[in-house]
Design a binder for this molecule. Structure first.
Ligand code: HEM
Length: 494
């Protein structure tokens, strides 16, 4: 009996020793510098609440391309501008994949949308979205009157709360989703419309914050064990996925039901027209599928709502924190636009200080600090390091925006950094809040127009002061997006 027990212990120790040896010695050769972390879990326990800051520190030790392990998955972090550019622009095709075991898989359970997909499905849909949303005014002046109409609805609502402490987040969310709805579905919702309310309630479930890594996806064998749903906190992510697909499918289905062949009034019409023409050639059409339509509608509505709403909210916080900057923006608005007419997106060409302020908000906030994880679809060598096929690639956009060697004083909110000696607006390729390369944000033209028109419209009519006399906090929830914890503003009519 004693011998059996001894033998068992020897076996256990041997297996442990072999696991540890494999963990530390079995890594691919010529990786970028980095750390394997602990056996089984890798570096996951050390990421902290703000992985972007942890990565910035690791970059100081290992250099600007380094690796770590998330569970048994190899992750490569691109920690400065030139590393991201080298991967996402010079080797764009190779780095345009998405990991199939990321949190995105958890949140888009059928993996039929745009954001979590790659390959032919993603490529064709991305091209189609960019082409068609442009046709419906995306980033074009023809879309401006529709945004301005939505801003009218937004300002009327805001005016009801003028001079009071007001939690503006829901209003911003509703207004931002309406702007996407116009293009995708051709309709705009009243803020109290049951579908709008249902969509916002579903989005609220996402406030659990999608983590950078999904433990359930990284440890699929463990997540099959009973009771692990709770440990991996899967249910809230599932609730969020199911509720958002449920409500966005209802919104899309209403448009699908009224569609007649050849109609081209909005993105869903264009999708159905394309699907019908493909079905005439190939009855098993597998790119423009019905499920795909609902998942892509969901992706567009989700991706375009909290991103814009939260970045705008941060812009209001910064104006509250820096009244002298707010005054300069208001002076520019008064002299270029005046108090009577509505702003136009073209006004930006005469408003360098306002443009610089908005760019500074994108830089300092970095709303998606680590972008959305990428995957390299082929092995390749960068700066002499081998990056094995299918690594998870994380671009640290936040580190680019907070690089002291480039910005000098990255923690200071200072729009003047984007104003040239001639007083003109000097944009910077180093502000990459929308990422870069083949997977860069498809909504950037819309987001840029929204940011300018909302920011200017609010400051034209109101002055932002500390709500309840308290300065807004810039604290954010942990997660893939830097959502603000503080939600109140106080807008006093001018
Ligand atoms: C301030 C506003 C916004 C910011 C900061 C932002 C930022 C980003 C970032 C960092 C990515 C990931 C890019 C990558 O994978 O490297 C992304 C992707 C995406 N964004 Fe935005 N975004 C904003 C607004 C919007 C809007 C208004 C839409 C509306 C349609 C949108 C739609 C998308 C989509 C569909 C993707 C996925 C693209 C793909 O995977 O190919 N975004 N965005």
């Amino acid at each position: 009996m004693a011998i059996d027990q001894n033998l068992m212990w020897i076996w256990c120790l041997l297996i442990l020793a072999l696991t540890i040896a494999y963990w530390y010695l079995g890594r691919p050769k010529n990786l970028p510098p980095g750390t394997a972390g602990l056996p089984i879990v890798g570096f996951l326990p050390f990421l902290g609440e703000s992985p972007q800051k942890t990565f910035k520190k690791l970059g100081e030790k290992f250099g600007n391309i380094f690796h770590f392990y998330a569970g048994s998955r190899l992750v490569v972090v691109l920690n400065d501008f030139s590393a991201i550019q080298e991967a996402f622009v010079k080797n764009a095709e190779i780095f345009a994949g998405r990991p199939h075991d990321s949190v995105l898989k958890e949140s888009s359970f059928e993996n039929q949308g745009l954001i979590s997909n790659d390959g032919a499905f993603w490529k064709e849909h991305r091209r189609f979205i960019i082409r068609n949303l442009k046709n419906y005014g995306f980033g074009k002046m023809s879309f401006e009157p529709l945004i301005l109409e939505e801003i009218d609805q937004f300002l009327k609502e805001l005016n009801k709360h003028a001079g009071k402490t007001y939690n503006i987040k829901q209003l911003l969310m509703k207004s931002a989703s309406n702007n996407i709805c116009i293009m995708v579905t051709g309709r705009i919702f009243n803020y109290n419309d049951p579908q709008m309310v249902k969509f916002q309630t579903a989005m609220k479930l996402g406030e659990i914050g999608l983590p950078l890594f999904s433990s359930a996806a990284l440890f699929p064998w463990l997540s099959k064990l009973p009771g692990t749903n709770k440990i991996f906190n899967r249910q809230p992510i599932r609730n969020y996925s199911e509720s958002t697909i449920d409500v966005t499918s209802t919104i899309a289905r209403n448009v699908v039901n009224e569609y007649e062949d050849g109609l081209q009034g909005n993105y869903i019409h264009a999708y159905l027209t394309e699907r019908n023409s493909r079905l005439k050639v190939e009855e098993n059409e597998d790119i423009f599928t019905e499920t795909g339509l609902y998942h892509i509608t969901r992706d567009l509505l989700i991706a375009g709502t909290d991103t814009t709403a939260s970045t705008l909210l941060f812009s209001f916080f910064y104006m509250t924190l820096y009244p002298e900057i707010q005054k300069k923006v208001q002076n520019e608005i008064d002299s270029v636009i005046g108090r009577e007419r509505q702003p136009s997106y073209n006004d930006r060409f005469n408003m360098p200080y306002t443009e610089a302020t908005i760019l500074e908000v994108h830089r300092i906030v970095s709303f998606v600090p680590l972008s959305v994880p990428h995957r390299n679809v082929k092995e390749l060598t960068i700066r002499g390091y081998a990056i094995p096929k299918n690594s998870i690639i994380i671009p640290n956009l936040w580190a680019v925006h907070h690089d002291p060697n480039y910005w000098g004083d990255p923690e200071t909110f200072r729009p003047e950094r984007f104003i040239g000696p001639d007083g003109k607006f000097n944009s910077s390729e180093r502000v990459i809040a929308f990422s870069m390369g083949k997977r860069a944000c498809v909504g950037e033209p819309l987001a840029a127009m929204e940011m300018f028109l909302y920011f200017v419209s609010v400051l034209k009519h109101f002055t932002l002061i500390p709500p309840d006399g308290k300065m807004p906090s810039l604290a954010t929830y942990p997660g893939i997006a830097a959502r603000p914890k503080f939600l109140n503003i106080c807008a006093v009519a001018r």
